[in-house]
Each structure stands twice: as structure tokens, then as C-alpha cells.
Design a protein around this ligand. Structure first.
Ligand code: COA
Length: 552
């Protein structure tokens, strides 16, 4: 507006999104050596990603798939999700959970979890894969399902459970049943979420035995499929053993019984497709608001200046192969536009604002050890974003344990540094805005906490396939440990053994198979994953504003 209050075309400002400066950081000849080494390394890890994905897609194997589809006449879990969700564009969580565990390979941990849209609304799904040992729950299954529920709680997302499970995997019962975060917690969470007005819906599309029986009965609304679904505490063999009575699964706990007599379920479906149609209709009755405006806005955003494929050569093979992290930022954000904050101060941490598919985010990105100044800057920026209600995105590439690389002069500063680290951790822990962490390189030592590692409770945490997760990086552990070998040769052997162990245990896949994150994602898919996650987070704010409106 002009000074006299009349609007003037010449004086009109351009829309905010395009006002951020452009980070045009192309690859240059000086980057070639490091870029190509990183690219070769990324290709090795991406191949592993493909191998592991193929293994997971096989579920419990050919024999179990034939038993599931032909003898038991049930749909496979991914086909069920095709009928439940709007499209196949869903965010799968922890695909590699369960691989290479001490008790064997449990593909997908026997349970697919993720976030997908049902009639436009983002919902968490937890779907048993009965081709993996009858869908029974291993310790890793419980952990995966609890994490999906935790995500639902943190982001206020409705939950849909597709239950087809023989209950506890009995040989490991002591690791599934007695403790607080064991199987029972799933049912507790259902009750707590209902109390928080986070809807809970279940579809019984297979066996729900023993503990599994509570999944649908604790839900607010449940659908059950005729002849396929059963709910009972003990199956026909148990009844026979206890009473000598012969009874069919259908008579003991089939869909007719539970829809007509016990009332455990609310909807009877003749077949699976009908059950999923019911479920989609149930979601339409939740009276949740849809962030339609946000979705529309997405069409106006600009793509980054340089190809996302180049992220493969920017994904550091090791800490020493890190290129300027701003090159990563410029390939993830809309129009490569980045409004840097404190650009000249504490430069081992890059902080600033950008948009990703139209969503404003505050980015903290680092290459290696955070200096004292960088840590102060990190605290300041986190507080700033919290004040403005802007979600935080951490791009983490933390360095080997600080003590290993400090000079004497720096060591003198150590105590100050510790205090500054503590205050950044405190700022991150107490910020109430949503937090997303992507480990793009190393996740080592104390800086990984300040950069919102798992213990700092980010809403989502993903790893690139090249990522390394360990307290100290391979190659250093020998110098940290007092080894007890008497001979020099023996000590060397112990050191080599420890390093070999550390190399194996620090891989992204080792971490992901144990559910220490929400999954390994390919660098070139990161922008899309961030788009979904930011959309999902936004949905919560719509629900909260409805509640606030209702309370006025
Ligand atoms: N613990 C450990 N393994 C189990 C199991 C359990 N609770 N339930 C099933 N399995 C295993 C079976 O031994 C079989 O293993 P295999 O493939 O190595 O042979 C596999 O899971 C599939 O079971 P199967 O009975 O062949 O398949 P199905 O599709 O005909 O039936 C169930 C699946 C789950 C309905 C059926 O196995 C069952 O009722 N299991 C007992 C459930 C139970 O009583 N649970 C109590 C938990 S407290």
C-alpha cells in the first residue's frame, strides 16, 4: 500500500515463497574426487537396499504364501492395503525391521506399518503379515507396532489395525509378555488414544488369538470377515484338551458369533473387499478436517535447481568425505531457496528457513563436530522456530567422538563446550514443535543428541543407506578401550575383532532392523518422504484447531 493508504501495483511485494535467496551450488571439478567416491559407496549401499527390499517382499516365503492365499483363501497384506488406502503412495515405516536378528530373519517383523490416506485423511496402519509364522508377535513385532502407535499419538493420526495374528510367538514369550513395553502396551495404547480422541478402528481378517483378541475388542469400531476372521482366547485344540469337546473355529469365535451374539465386532463382512469398504466409510464418519488448502498450495512450489540424484554423490562415504552440507540443503528445498540464519557464526552448523513442497521448515544441518559457537547458534535457532511454531528438520552428519579430535587448546574449551551442548540438547528436548531427523552421514557421540537423535524423540527419524550409527566410529574403539590381552599380538587381535563388530553394528541396516529409527530411505526419495511427513504433521494442527474452536 502507498503511504496515503491507496494500493499501488508498483509498490506491491512479491509473494513470500520466492523471497528467500537461492542457494545455487552446482557440482564443480574440485568436488569430483569426493563426489565419485561417495557415489560408488552409495551405489553399494543402494544395492543392499534393493536386495533387502526384495527379501522383505517375499514375506514368509512361497510355501507360507500358498497356505495363506490358497488354503486359507486370504489376501496378502499388501493387497489388503491396496483395498484400504486411497492409493499406493503411502509412507511405509521400518521396512527392514526384523532382518538378521539373533532369533532369525523376520521379514517386516511380521507386521507392516505405515501412514497412508483413507478418503484423503492420513491414518496410521498396523497390518499383520500372516505368512510370517502365522502373523505371531516376536519381540521386534511388538516394538514395531508400539512405534507405529507412538507416531499416531505424537501426530494425532487415526489408527487402523488389520489383524491376522496367532498372538504371541510362544518360544520368545518372556520377551513379549511381562514388561511394560511388551504386548499388553498395545492394548493400553488403544485405550489411551481413544481417550485422547484419536480414533481406533480394527479389521479382523484372520486369526485373533489370545492377546491378539484384544486388538479388535479394544478398538472403537471393528469389522470382521466371515469365514476368515476368528477371535478367541484359546483355539479349538485348547478347548479339546481342556474339555474334550470338538468345536469348529467358526462356532468358537467366527464373524457371525461376534457380530450377532458377543457384540465384540460392529460390522459383519461377507468377504475382505467388503470389510475394507466398510472401514473406508468408518473413516468418513470421524469428522476430521482435511488440509485441502495446503494440498492445493503444493502445486505452486518450485523444484530444486539441481537433480535429486546428485544426493547420491553428496551422501558421505565417511565423515572425511563430507562436502558442504548446503549442497544437500539446496537439493532438498523448494527452488533451492534458503534464508540462512547467522551465516557467519558457528559455521559447523548451518541453520535457516526454507520450504519443502510449500511447507515452511527450520533446517539445522551439520558436517561433523559442532563447535561451541555452533551449539549456541543451534539453541538460539531451535528456540526461534519454537517461538514461531515452525517444524524443525535436522540433517545430521555428526563427527567421531569430540575427545578424539580435540587439540589441547580446544580441550581447554571442553568444559564450556559441554555446557553449550547441554543447552542445545535442552532446547531441542523442550521445543514443542514437530521435529524430523534425517541421518545423512554419521550419527556418533554427543552431538547426535543435540541434532535430535532417537533419544530426543523426533516425530520421525530416517537414515540414508550410507549412514553410520555408533557411539564411536570404526577404527577408533581400540584406542578407547583398556584391552586385557597380555601379548601385543593378542591386543591387536582383540582390537581388530572390536572394529569388525563396530563396522557391522554401525550400518544403517543393522540399526533399522532393530527399530532404532523409522526406516532407511534413499537420498533421491528424501524430498518426497519429507513432503509426506510434513503433510502428516500439518493434519494434526487442523484437528487441534477444530478442538480449540469447539471449546470456545
Ligand atoms: N507361536 C509360535 N509359532 C506359531 C504360533 C505361536 N503362537 N502359531 C503358529 N505358529 C507357527 C506354526 O508352527 C507354523 O510354523 P511353520 O511354518 O514353521 O510350520 C506357522 O506359525 C504357521 O502356522 P500354521 O498353523 O501352519 O498356519 P495356519 O495359517 O493354518 O494357522 C494360526 C495359523 C495362527 C491360526 C494357528 O497356527 C494357530 O492357531 N496357532 C496357535 C495360536 C495360539 O494358540 N496362540 C497363543 C498365543 S498366547
Amino acid at each position: 500500500r502507498s503511504v496515503c493508504g491507496m494500493s499501488s501495483v508498483a509498490g506491491r511485494r512479491r509473494a513470500l515463497p520466492s523471497a528467500f535467496p537461492v542457494l545455487d551450488l552446482p557440482l564443480l571439478p574440485i568436488h569430483k574426487h569426493i563426489y565419485e567416491a561417495n557415489l560408488r559407496n552409495s551405489n553399494v549401499w543402494c544395492k543392499k537396499y534393493t536386495e533387502f527390499s526384495e527379501k522383505v517382499m517375499e514375506g514368509g516365503g512361497e510355501r507360507a504364501i500358498a497356505r495363506h492365499t490358497q488354503r486359507n483363501r486370504k489376501l496378502l497384506v499388501r493387497d489388503r492395503l491396496r483395498l484400504l488406502l486411497d492409493d499406493e503412495d503411502f509412507l511405509e515405516l521400518s521396512l527392514f525391521a526384523g532382518l538378521g536378528l539373533p532369533y532369525g530373519d523376520i521379514p517386516s517383523a511380521g507386521s507392516m506399518t505405515g501412514i497412508g490416506r483413507i478418503n484423503g485423511l492420513w491414518c496410521v496402519f498396523v497390518a499383520s503379515d500372516a505368512t510370517v509364522k502365522g502373523g505371531t508377535s516376536y519381540p521386534i513385532t511388538v516394538k514395531k507396532n508400539l512405534r507405529a502407535q507412538e507416531i499416531a499419538i505424537k501426530n494425532r493420526l487415526p489408527c487402523v489395525y488389520l489383524v491376522d495374528s496367532g498372538g504371541a510367538f510362544l518360544p520368545l514369550q518372556s520377551e513379549i509378555f511381562p514388561d511394560k513395553n511388551h504386548g499388553g502396551r498395545t492394548f493400553y495404547n488403544e485405550a489411551i488414544m481413544s481417550a485422547m480422541k484419536i480414533p481406533q478402528v480394527a479389521v479382523v481378517c484372520g486369526s485373533c488369538t489370545a492377546g491378539g483378541a484384544y486388538m479388535p475388542t479394544m478398538a472403537e469400531e471393528a469389522v470382521m470377515v466371515h469365514r476368515i476372521g476368528t477371535i478367541f482366547l484359546g483355539g479349538p485344540p485348547l478347548v479339546k484338551a481342556a474339555t474334550g469337546e470338538e468345536v469348529t473355529p467358526e462356532d468358537l469365535g467366527g464373524a457371525r458369533l461376534h457380530a450377532e451374539v458377543s457384540g465384540c465386532v460392529d460390522h459383519f463382512a461377507w468377504e475382505e473387499k467388503e470389510a475394507f469398504d466398510y472401514t473406508r466409510n468408518i473413516i468418513s464418519t470421524l469428522n476430521f478436517l482435511l488440509p485441502e488448502e495446503e494440498t492445493k498450495k503444493r502445486n505452486t512450489e518450485e523444484e530444486p535447481l539441481h537433480s535429486l540424484e546428485e544426493l547420491l554423490g553428496l551422501a558421505p562415504k565417511s565423515y572425511n568425505y563430507s562436502l558442504d552440507v548446503k549442497m544437500v540443503v539446496s537439493r532438498l528445498v523448494d527452488g533451492s531457496r534458503f534464508l540462512e540464519f547467522k551465516a557467519r557464526y558457528g559455521t559447523s552448523l548451518v541453520t535457516g528457513f526454507a520450504k519443502i513442497h510449500g511447507h515452511l521448515v527450520g533446517i539445522l544441518a551439520n558436517d561433523g563436530q559442532l563447535s561451541y559457537e555452533a551449539t549456541l547458534k543451534g539453541s538460539h535457532f531451535v528456540q526461534l522456530c519454537n517461538q514461531r511454531d515452525v517444524p524443525l528438520l535436522f540433517l545430521q552428519n555428526t563427527a567421531p567422538t569430540a575427545a578424539l579430535t580435540l587439540s589441547t587448546k580446544q580441550a581447554e574449551m571442553n568444559s564450556n563446550h559441554l555446557k553449550a551442548q547441554g543447552s542445545m540438547m535442552s532446547a531441542v528436548a523442550s521445543a514443542s514443535v514437530p521435529k524430523i531427523t534425517v541421518v545423512i552421514g554419521g550419527c556418533h557421540g554427543a552431538d547426535s543428541y543435540a541434532m535430535c537423535g532417537r533419544a530426543f524423540d523426533p516425530n520421525f527419524l530416517f537414515l540414508w543407506p550410507n549412514a553410520k550409527v555408533s557411539i564411536a566410529p570404526p577404527g577408533h574403539i581400540g584406542s578407547l578401550l583398556p584391552l586385557d590381552g597380555e601379548q601385543e599380538g593378542e591386543q591387536k587381535k582383540q582390537e581388530e575383532e572390536l572394529n569388525r563388530m563396530l563396522v557391522e553394528e554401525s550400518s544403517a541396516f543393522f540399526s533399522s532392523s532393530r527399530m532404532w529409527d523409522d526406516g532407511v530411505i534413499l537420498p533421491q526419495n528424501t524430498r518426497k518422504v519429507l513432503r509426506d511427513v510434513l503433510d502428516i504433521i500439518k493434519q494434526q494442527r487442523y484437528q487441534l484447531s477444530t478442538e480449540t474452536l469447539q471449546s470456545i
